[in-house]
Design a protein around this ligand. Structure first.
Ligand SMILES: C[S@@+](CC[C@H](N)C(=O)[O-])C[C@H]1O[C@@H](n2cnc3c(N)ncnc32)[C@H](O)[C@@H]1O
Length: 266
């Protein structure tokens, strides 16, 4: 047994308890090892109504933001292109990529939540035969060899991942050299006037809407709070750079309500 594990002698002070790493779950601080289960409960409970709620909460704006993401990605028309959409949930991003690209574009939709993927499989309804697959796995530990993909997207997913740095370094690992990372994510809004209106809408209307549509407003309170805890775009761009990506940049959408971060593995 190592000396650090021995019992303190009588009269000797006990060593300080090992500190537990904490993170945010909405406005609550939780041990980092507990966040994923809490996030999973949120998405299990909203999975069936997730797409409807997205349209209601954003008045359809999420569709515009997703379309902008696809226009930035520009999936190729003729060449083979292997794409990974992480936290891909019900398939929104994957379907857009497959519709925009040629026959040689294929997409792997990865999500930690089987219920979200099941909705995605049902929505795909046999379309895109041989060009789409669904993988249940954690963004922090991707079940793919190094340099497997031409591009990686994650839309409204990264802020739910407990260890964002791990997810970003996994993104870097599985991308080929020359591969592209695109992250669509909300951020706290600092635009004067818009910030007040947005806060009022987010904290009163969204949880109430969630309760009406899904029977439970709490998951939507988490979603709203988690946006306020997410780093502002310059800080998140630095995190992307720290994972090894180059040419980091971001595009501000709708007064900063959402942003698309772009970076390359070079
Ligand atoms: C807000 S939804 C986004 C779904 C989809 N990308 C979209 O834009 O509509 C967030 C998704 O992240 C997934 N997720 C959360 N933590 C994850 C993790 N560690 N690894 C993979 N997926 C995760 C959830 O299960 C959920 O499907």
């Amino acid at each position: 047994m190592s000396s650090s594990k021995r019992k303190p002698a009588p009269g000797e002070a006990a060593p300080p308890a090992a500190s537990v790493e904490e993170t945010h779950f909405g406005y609550r601080s939780v041990p980092i090892g507990e966040k994923q289960d809490l996030v999973n409960d949120v998405f299990h409970s909203v999975a069936r109504r997730y797409d409807l709620m997205n349209d209601l909460m954003s008045a359809g704006l999420h569709r515009v933001w997703k379309d902008i993401l696809i226009s930035m990605l520009r999936p190729p028309q003729t060449r083979a292109f292997r794409h990974l959409d992480v936290a891909g949930g019900t398939g929104d991003i994957a379907f857009r990529i497959l519709d925009a690209g040629g026959d040689k574009v294929s997409v792997t939709v990865l999500d930690i939540n089987g219920d979200m993927l099941e909705v995605g499989r049902t929505r795909a309804a046999g379309r895109y035969e041989g060009r789409i697959d669904f993988v249940e796995a954690n963004a922090e530990s991707l079940p793919f060899p190094d340099k497997s993909f031409d591009a990686y997207t994650i839309a409204f997913g990264i802020r739910n991942v407990p260890r964002i740095d791990k997810a970003l370094s996994e993104a870097h690992r599985v991308l080929k050299t020359g591969g592209r990372l695109l992250v669509l994510e909300f951020a706290p809004v600092d635009t004067p006037l818009l910030d007040k209106a947005y806060d009022a809408f987010s904290f009163s209307v969204i949880p109430a809407m969630g309760k009406m549509v899904t029977g439970d407003g709490e998951p939507y309170r988490y979603l709203v709070e988690s946006i306020r805890q997410f780093p502002r775009p310059p800080a998140f761009a630095r995190m992307i750079g720290a994972a090894g990506f180059r040419r980091t940049d971001y595009r501000v959408l709708s007064g900063g309500i959402a942003n698309i971060h772009s970076a390359w593995k070079l």
